[in-house]
Design a protein around this ligand. Structure first.
Ligand code: SAM
Length: 247
């Protein structure tokens, strides 16, 4: 997968050299291109922002550098069409489902902003010929979109074939389509079996796979009911068996 990121802080993306994503890049699974937006400015101050039309506090990112930068990135492979992802608190929620959709794309272009965001005509311009998604990573406001892009690249990158040691672990994750859709993963344990007088639940030491699977599902349902009751309410009743309903 190719990923392009245009930002006024390309150095923010140093964590993409580390751990799973760093290894995926080394192995050629992920091809990341970082771009400095200010390279597409033409004044001595490399200005990327201006005052908002209609007045009000804060500054808005100018359309000119964004347009030139995106055009140049698109020209890198005129035969291909990236999906453009614009991080913004006013976007659609970033979910595991969307991460999986992105993981199936050959090329993503992220446009993290600063200030009050990017002049909306940029999204309208590219949205008329490419897929442009305005995406939020949560109901809070960050100072800039770089961290949001790191979040999305990590969530997408770990889904790419060959990135995780054991691909099966994705299926057991919270929110994974299938048995875990709309569910949070329950508690996990490792050795030793007793730590500070606290025992690992006996069932996990039993070696009885059927009972362990049942226990994990019960715990997932309990944890979801406690931490995210709205997810539980959204569960498809057809997906619940008689043990689930008993809980
Ligand atoms: N005035 C904007 C609003 O209220 O929607 C907030 C702008 S914020 C200070 C600057 C930039 O940070 C945004 O344009 C976006 O790129 C990024 N950002 C902030 N919060 C975000 C979130 N929850 N999800 C994704 N990106 C976010």
């Amino acid at each position: 997968m190719r990923i392009d990121i245009i930002s006024i802080f390309p150095e923010y993306f140093a964590p993409l050299d580390v751990s799973l994503i760093g290894k995926a890049r080394e192995r050629g699974i992920l091809d990341v291109h970082l771009h400095q937006l200010r390279d597409w400015t033409h004044d001595v101050h490399h200005t990327v922002d201006d005052t908002p039309y209609g007045g009000g506090p804060g500054m808005v990112m100018k359309p000119d550098p964004w347009g030139e930068a995106i055009d140049d990135v698109l020209a890198a492979d005129p035969a291909a069409r990236p999906r453009i992802v614009v991080p913004t608190p006013s976007g659609v929620p970033f979910t595991q489902k969307l991460a999986m959709e992105y993981a199936a794309e050959p090329w993503l272009l992220f446009t993290p902003a600063r200030y009050e965001g990017i002049d909306s005509r940029v999204m309208a311009e590219y949205g008329s010929r490419l897929r442009v998604d305005e995406v939020s990573i949560g109901d809070y406001v960050l100072a800039g979109g770089e961290v949001a892009v790191l979040v999305m690249v990590e969530a997408v990158g770990r889904l790419l074939p060959g990135v995780l040691g054991n691909a099966r672990s994705v299926a057991d994750d919270s929110f994974a389509p299938g048995a875990m859709e709309n569910l949070l993963e329950g508690p996990v344990y490792t050795k030793p079996p007793r730590w500070r007088e606290r025992e690992v639940p006996e069932i996990l030491l039993s070696g009885h796979h059927g009972k362990i699977a049942r226990w994990r599902r019960d715990e997932a349902l309990r944890r979801t009911a406690k931490n995210r009751p709205e997810l539980l309410a959204a569960l498809d009743p057809q997906s619940l068996d008689k043990h689930d309903r008993r809980l």
